[in-house]
Design a protein around this ligand. Sequence first.
Ligand SMILES: *[C@@H]1O[C@H](CO)[C@@H](O)[C@H](O)[C@H]1NC(C)=O
Ligand SMILES: *[C@@H]1O[C@H](CO)[C@@H](O)[C@H](O)[C@H]1NC(C)=O
Ligand SMILES: *[C@@H]1O[C@H](CO)[C@@H](O)[C@H](O)[C@H]1NC(C)=O
Ligand SMILES: *[C@@H]1O[C@H](CO)[C@@H](O)[C@H](O)[C@H]1NC(C)=O
Ligand SMILES: *[C@@H]1O[C@H](CO)[C@@H](O)[C@H](O)[C@H]1NC(C)=O
Ligand SMILES: *[C@@H]1O[C@H](CO)[C@@H](O)[C@H](O)[C@H]1NC(C)=O
Length: 243
Amino acid sequence: MTSSQFIFSIYLLTFALSLQTIFGASPLFHFCLSSAGNFTTNDPYGSNLKTLLGNLHYQTPPQGFGNSSVGSNSYQTYGLALCRGDVNATACETCVNKASNELHKRRPYNKGAIIWYDNCLLKYLNTDFFHQIDNQNKSFTWNVKNVSNPTTFNNKTKELLSKLAKEASVSPKLYEVGELELSESNKLYGLVQCTRDLSNSECFTCPDTAIGELHFYSDGKEGGRVVGGSCNIRYEIYPFVMY
Ligand SMILES: *[C@@H]1O[C@H](CO)[C@@H](O)[C@H](O)[C@H]1NC(C)=O
Ligand SMILES: *[C@@H]1O[C@H](CO)[C@@H](O)[C@H](O)[C@H]1NC(C)=O
Ligand SMILES: *[C@@H]1O[C@H](CO)[C@@H](O)[C@H](O)[C@H]1NC(C)=O
Ligand SMILES: *[C@@H]1O[C@H](CO)[C@@H](O)[C@H](O)[C@H]1NC(C)=O
Ligand SMILES: *[C@@H]1O[C@H](CO)[C@@H](O)[C@H](O)[C@H]1NC(C)=O
Ligand SMILES: *[C@@H]1O[C@H](CO)[C@@H](O)[C@H](O)[C@H]1NC(C)=O
């Protein structure tokens, strides 16, 4: 990721988070993949994209993951959708629909875009991005509250997330959640999830890289998360998913 993309993401994220507080249903974050370019109203890319989004809407809810490609040559579009591992089919469908409507509203003519919500991720692009770790399109959020013992705490977050990354990488849904005791009354909760186009080893590498980047923003913070095009990780000191 270039530093400008990086800073841009932080700026947008702060904005998105403040919106989320107000409206609840707002996306965590979205990117237009502007280097992919735009299409015009009569471009077949537009109708291919529409078909693609329809496919994802249909494919994703039952398994929590969908991937599709529509069209050929310069009009071909590729896309995937992923719901958080504990989200049921109904809620998954709602989220994927919302994501696709929202991108259509915000980025009507972009050939590529990504959007994240708490419950799902939707991404499409005019090139084949399957089976590759997306290290570029990534954003970071954190809880502003500081913990009292950052060194030990950071160690614990790493320990938990690294363990979850190992487990997620060999699990059928490439998804794992878990907890770690911090003290008698405090626990740490974590989540690791990859898009299911990744191989097992890629699904270890992607979150492992993100864990290595956590300290840029979340060092000693009560919560942190990294959402990317291929994986996401999160830790909090309260439970945030259903088991
Ligand atoms: C693509 O469309 C966006 C508006 O959606 C516009 O801001 C941008 O300049 C366009 N990019 C190109 C390369 O035409
Ligand atoms: C979607 O993923 C499955 C499983 O990896 C693969 O067999 C299929 O070819 C993919 N679809 C597209 C359009 O790439
Ligand atoms: C699916 O999850 C939503 C949100 O957690 C919940 O309100 C709903 O009752 C669930 N539906 C089913 C069929 O379990
Ligand atoms: C990430 O986004 C950029 C544009 O910002 C796009 O060109 C690139 O293909 C994306 N990377 C991947 C691996 O999908
Ligand atoms: C957390 O610590 C940092 C630096 O150690 C400080 O700048 C920041 O104000 C603290 N945040 C809160 C919410 O106390
Ligand atoms: C952090 O973990 C490393 C090994 O994982 C260990 O050597 C070190 O003592 C730990 N530090 C603290 C403060 O817990």
